[in-house]
Design a protein around this ligand. Sequence first.
Ligand code: ZN
Length: 252
Amino acid sequence: MVLRADPSRLLVSEIATAGARDAAALVKNLLRAGRDCACSRWGAGVGDMAGFLEALLTSLPPVQLSAGLAEAVKHGAIADAEYFAFLETDGAAILAKDGAALERVVQRSVEIKASLVAEDEREAGRRAILNVGHTIGHAIEATSKFEVLHGEAVAIGMVLEARLGEAMGVTKKGTAARIVQLLEQFRLPVERPDGATVDQLIEVMRGDKKVRGGEIRLAMPKEIGAMNGDKKGGWTVAVEEANLHTSITNPP
Ligand SMILES: [Zn+2]
């Protein structure tokens, strides 16, 4: 078993989480102090984090940069169709580590994550939509003995979940194809790896900490830039195992 360090995960996932926590704490403190400059101060905090991330991104080997970009694709898919379209049109510049393009990626990804985390309580757990691609992705990571990078597993997970959503009728037709095209542009895998059977993957998903009462629930895209769910019914969709099985087994 080979354990590969995955700086891309640190970059766009873990560090962005830290950035979001910092940003959320900063806003809270400022509000408590009764100041009215929360937005501009918060913006500055996010900007600093973005500069730090951008510097790290430019030093990454291509495979790690691609893995990190899986999370950027996710951010566009769940919350910002315009950002997703920018990733499509400027993908070549991003891969070439063009400064302005990378800066926009990091800035927007950190902003999206920070705002979802900051408004989580008011929006009844909306940050759950950040898990798109991750329930299947974690199962792929685990069954591959972590030889698949986190970002690569999330890329595959996003594709399979979008296909599942289309099969269930909760995701607009064509969404999965657009996600596939963008991920392939970023040289990311989009098909289930041979390392695990469908049954093994579902077995791991059943043991996922987000699965309660035997029901597998997934954050599911409605279309590019919007997710299924609301404050009342929650931000995940219950999936039938038969549907899940078919979508993972027979990609159309
Ligand atoms: Zn992730």
